[in-house]
Design a binder for this molecule. Sequence first.
Ligand code: DON
Length: 304
Amino acid sequence: MEELLQQILQECRPYTGQGALASYIPELARQDPDRLGIAMFHKDGNMVEAGDSRRCFTIQSVMKPLLLLLALQDNGRETVRAHVGVEATGKPFDAINVADNALLAKHLNPMVNAGAILMCQLVGGETYDQRFARLLGFIRRLAANEKIDLDEEVYHSEKATGSKNRALAYLLKAHGLIRGDVEELLDCYFRACSIRVSAADLARIGCVLACHGQLPDGQRLFPAAYGRFVNANLMTCGMYDGSGDFAIRVGVPAKSGVGGGIMAVVPGRMGVGLFGPALDEKGNSLAGIRALELLSARLDLSVF
Ligand code: DON
């Protein structure tokens, strides 16, 4: 299996040159665009990896499904549904989804920035420090890696330059969707995006979602129904306005981040983590998607 991954990486390396680093967060533009890594974590607990699978990068939007999972656990499905929609926006991840009419929570989903910013409010905790600490602890448990921590440089870079997210959050506040202090909420969102993980971590987390909350040793980390909720949302919205194309080319629930990570969930089988920081025009890892496409074809992973 390791040879298969090595071979896929070799075939996909030329694609790194066709993508571009995310430059709107200055610290992300300092990455090496030629990095490429893949890890597969099977439900029996077996990890197979190749390339830069242990190199750390910031999780960015791959934290959104994990934020949603925590919000589901803390509030239940009905409350979450009342606070955010589930329909694909068909727009870029940072789009300001507003026309002349009112902006309603149902116009958003938890995978776009505005929806994820709303989700930060639903995580249990009295302060945003506590909410962030709970999210970090949850991600560490999902990845079985206590070393996962914040990338301070990316966090400060993102906080200093996040005007678009700030605009989005104040717009949500203006439409009555945010209670309390917007800056504290945004700080929690920026920190959540700046958590450092590797492709191997994402493979493990993806596998817990693939097994609807169960670890290889039988321990349960969240109710199966919440895993299905999140996986369905990933299938329709996880790759933003590229979700339809991804469903055809790869055919599994997945989430991308502008740090170059992709977490793919192969229901009932495995999690796959990708790292390739050169992105396509939609903010998804270009070589990462190609690698997943090849892997899906070779191992017959598509759920369709
Ligand atoms: O909010 C932002 O702009 C970033 N911290 C996260 C966006 C992101 O990862 C979009 N994914 N492809």
